[in-house]
Design a protein around this ligand. Structure first.
Ligand code: WTA
Length: 635
């Protein structure tokens, strides 16, 4: 029996039991057998959740790019590492072999060095899904620089907040990007963002759309001429197991985004292990995850996990609707994709279109289908299973988070019997607990509670960049000695888990986590707005959409309300990005508040969901009378 690749359900249970009985031994065996080390560890794990402090493989020395690239050169140097499918289907797909990837990463790493980037420096990457995105991520890792990728759909304000928070010295971007029929002026967004970022010395610019852009002297440099000049040799920086690998921002329920810090060895081992098992990846498979590298899914399961296994990983620059709604399936047919990993929101949007968009393509290469990012509803699950998988490819519904680094709960395909809407069982090494509101663990089956993890796993985030106290408060204070996920879950009669959704003020819209506070802060910047509150409500494609309740300063505000709605969404787009726009905006005279002045979102949520007979006791509110007026004016 191999720990590394589980092959039967019986083996899963054995491996799982072993991983709980002796987690250190379990992960140590995997680390020994499947990775290259410059020096082995002195200690597998030390941790203290009360601080919290977590260290895996202390004393070990390695470079993750040696594991993801160099060690494959002998045996699979000519194999495609990254397969790039461009936005425009008429443009040729690009196959980057492991040898080529090695060369391009080394050159890029040398360019970083020549531009003053050293081990430990932060580099912000704001790029579309072009090869330079994966290559720059790996180039940072090669020299020990800490990458912070910001999804290229974020606004200039969101970008500058992130750059300033981690004090990045450099931004890597492109002249622009293609998104379906549109082009986006990325460089313009970067220019605007870094007007308020004193930390930035250099902006490297990749050419993608050949647009006229502004290049600021002594700051902005075209990437290609520098790469052309750079040497192909770059010795990897030897890193400690716990040296930072990257920062990735995620929304919180309050205030500024949280820069989740991931470190090197544990993250590498865990993403590689879960990739192998959850996708049942075999040597000649072609694997495709449709996420953007700007999200954790792309970090772990487009770049690091697949490459650590010597896989062929597809990167797609475009969108599922361009040139038509068959694009995903055309790509599956064209590249004979074996494992396909996407988000429920994409499935729901495609399920609305004619089936012919799916049926005209040969999808027989598919062996495993995956979903991630939000709960998948039953209807979408069946549509995916029937029409894409033809009832032959198991669906792995993978639950995890930016904070967890890798998948935590998921079926293993062909091993764990699936059940629609259930993420099923914890992966080896993952020890879950459901907690009640009094902080007690709820044992047994057919129960529900708040989802926690009670033992460290290798890829957990180690801190929030620059704010360890917030890390402790957010994740380790709700329940003693446990990591609290922020999600609710139920455990059915056989022990399968189903994630029921967030129990905090994070709302997941089209698979993107949005905190209510930053959106409300943005709305409140509008000169006519006094106060606002955001809640989620069900939406058939996005999963959730946003409903905003807004109090105007001047109740008799004479402007047309539709114009005001547009202006409010415009401000949100500028501060956060178009993904955070509100679907409904109701102007109201008040918001229901507790006597201590806290907005009772529960009531607003019920009204937005149209669940009016179930509002609960409102008599204890400071202002119970506003509830009826909100109900009367609801949209
Ligand atoms: C939600 C994405 C139900 C959950 C990898 C979690 C899910 C948040 C699932 C993290 C799933 C993710 N079923 N809910 N399979 N996967 N979620 O940080 O609420 O972008 O806490 O990481 O997405 O989102 P994040």
């Amino acid at each position: 029996m191999s720990n590394y690749h589980v092959k039967t359900l019986e083996e899963y249970f054995q491996v799982y039991r072993k991983s709980v009985r002796n987690p250190e031994l379990f992960w140590e065996e995997i680390a020994e057998e499947h990775f290259v080390w410059r020096k082995k560890w002195n200690n597998v794990l030390s941790y203290d959740f009360s601080k919290p402090e977590i260290k895996w493989f202390e004393g070990a020395k390695l470079n993750i790019t040696e594991n993801c690239i160099d060690r494959h050169l002998q045996i699979r140097g000519d194999k495609t590492a990254i397969l790039l499918e461009p936005n425009n289907p008429d443009e040729r797909a690009e196959h980057i072999s492991y040898k080529e990837l090695h060369k391009r990463v080394c050159k890029f790493a040398n360019v970083l060095k020549e531009n003053g980037i050293k081990k430990g420096d932060r580099v912000c990457i704001y790029l579309p899904m072009i090869p330079e995105l994966a290559i720059s991520v790996l180039a940072c890792a090669r020299i020990g620089a800490v990458h912070s990728v910001v999804f290229a759909g974020f606004s200039s304000t969101a970008l500058s907040t992130r750059i300033n928070d981690c004090e990045a010295k450099m931004v890597i971007t492109s002249d622009g990007s293609y998104r379906g029929a549109k082009t986006i002026d990325l460089k313009g967004i970067v220019d605007e963002a870094i007007e308020s970022c004193e930390c930035i010395d250099t902006v490297l610019v990749a050419k993608r759309i050949d647009s006229e852009i502004n290049m600021k002297e002594n700051r902005d440099k075209w990437l290609q001429p520098l790469l052309d000049e750079a040497s192909e040799n770059c010795e990897p920086e030897i890193m400690d197991a716990e040296d930072p690998l990257f920062i990735l921002y995620t929304s919180g329920s309050t205030g500024s985004p949280k820069g989740m810090l991931h470190t090197t060895a544990g993250y590498m081992i865990y993403t590689a292990y879960t990739f192998k098992n959850v996708f049942n990846y075999k040597e000649n498979d072609v694997y495709w995850c449709t996420a953007d590298i700007g999200w954790i899914t792309g970090h772990s399961y487009i770049v690091y996990g697949p490459l650590a296994n010597g896989a062929t990983t597809v990167m797609f620059e475009g969108v599922p609707s361009y040139p038509d709604f068959g694009r995903f399936w055309e790509i599956v047919e064209k590249h004979k994709v074996n494992q396909f990993y996407t988000a429920p929101t994409a499935i729901r949007s495609l399920a609305k279109e004619k089936l012919d968009f799916v049926d005209q393509y040969d999808l027989s290469s598919l062996k495993v289908l995956g979903t991630v990012g939000e709960p998948i509803n039953e209807e979408a699950w069946h549509w995916y299973n029937d029409n894409v998988g033809k009832k032959k490819s198991p669906i792995v519904d993978t639950w995890w988070q930016t904070e967890t680094g890798g998948m935590m709960i998921s079926p293993m395909p062909y091993i764990t019997p699936t059940k629609p809407t259930y993420a099923t069982l914890p992966l080896p090494g993952v020890q879950l607990a459901l907690m009640d509101e009094n902080g007690e663990e709820i044992k047994g089956n057919q129960v529900d509670g708040r989802l926690c993890v009670k033992y460290p796993w290798p890829s957990m985030a180690r801190t929030i960049w620059g704010n360890h106290q917030r890390y402790k408060d957010t994740y380790f204070s709700a329940f003693e000695n446990k990591y609290f996920t922020g999600d609710g879950a139920l455990r059915d009669e056989v022990g399968y888990y189903r994630i029921t959704g967030r129990v905090d003020d994070v709302i997941i819209v089209s698979g993107h986590n949005l905190g209510t506070a930053p959106i409300e802060d943005a709305i409140n910047e509008h000169p006519a707005v006094a106060e606002s509150a955001i809640v989620g409500f069900p939406h058939d494609v996005k999963g959730n959409a946003l409903y905003g309740y807004v109090i105007l300063k001047d109740v008799g505000e004479s402007r047309n309300h539709d114009n005001l709605r547009k202006e409010i969404n415009q401000i949100i787009t500028e501060h956060i990005g178009p993904i955070a726009k509100l679907n409904k905006i109701q102007f109201t005279v008040g918001l229901p508040k507790t006597r201590s002045g806290k907005i009772m979102r529960r009531i607003l949520r019920k009204i937005a969901h149209n669940e009016l007979d179930n509002l609960g006791d409102v008599s204890t509110l400071l202002n119970p009378e506003v509830v009826q007026s909100i109900i009367d004016d609801r949209l």
